[in-house]
Ligand binder design. Sequence first.
Ligand SMILES: Cc1ncc(COP(=O)(O)O)c(C=O)c1O
Length: 339
Amino acid sequence: MKDFRSDTVTLPTPEMKQAIFDSELGDDVYGEDPTVNELERLSAEVFGKEDAVLVTTGTMGNLVSILTHCQRGEQIIIGDKCHIYRAEAGGIASLGGIVPRIIETKDDGTMDLDEIESCIEPYNVHRADTKVVALENTANVVGGKILSKEYMDSVKNICKENNLKLHIDGARIFNASVALEMPVSELTKSVDSLTFCLSKGLGAPVGSVIVGDKNFIQEARKWRKMVGGGMRQAGIIAAAGIVGINNHYAQITKDHKNAKLLANGLKNFKELNVEEVQTNLVFFSLNLKNPGLLADKLSAKNVLGGNSGSRWRFATHYGIEESDINETLNIFEQALKDI
Ligand SMILES: Cc1ncc(COP(=O)(O)O)c(C=O)c1O
């Protein structure tokens, strides 16, 4: 099976399975799981932050971070195409009573700096106080685009001047860091909090981590507990995450190379309009009456990733080798001929 649907479909590597098997465990709600403690220490070190906390998912990491930054009735500034707004079931509003102030996400994943500034509400009895700005790096639905350190620093400057916090949905921050050849500690130096996923490009089966300063993480632990994320012998999750972090560079470098290879091959098909690829996500639109037919032809040949929509995303990851890309391109060629 060549499964391009997402970088979340990976199965744990043999090294991860061994690490899970060998992991020392304890009750993490008591702070006694040595493997979770090691993952949190390692995460804080890699990001150059004071502390870190393991959560179940990226969605929980973003929710807990924003609940920690904002109280009910306060405002977050976020992009209209970001995952927090579009794909986390409205959790910040529904569970947190937090008011999203939506700005257009541009094609490069950024929001206009002047527009961010203009959405900040100074204290006024009529208004929801603005407390936080959230960015997504890499920015998923606009094509896995990378936000530069300079851009994030500019947003941070606005935050600083207005006493706001900057949160990064860094589900795929390691993809940005590898593509930029810049350590995550440098790339995200100015941010106040960040969630990254163990279960995407890092290839682990479960989990995400929030990083930030000591006080923030202490408070976040309480919110994590409240939303049901206090796990017990969670070292079996953390063990695979540690392997993923330690091995990320080679794996993600390979994923990016494969994504470019796939994109370059797909560009040869006149029915497809392939977008710019910066990381591991390949987006393309299809000039076909019935894209679902092509998806069916591909899945009959064990290539997953298509659907009935007119814009598809193919993700490269630990489960995809260069030979899979070549075979996939051949399968595309035949399937396009057949329909
Ligand atoms: C950019 C981004 N943020 C957050 C998430 C949420 O991660 P999870 O599926 O672990 O909740 C995703 C998931 O695909 C994502 O793409």
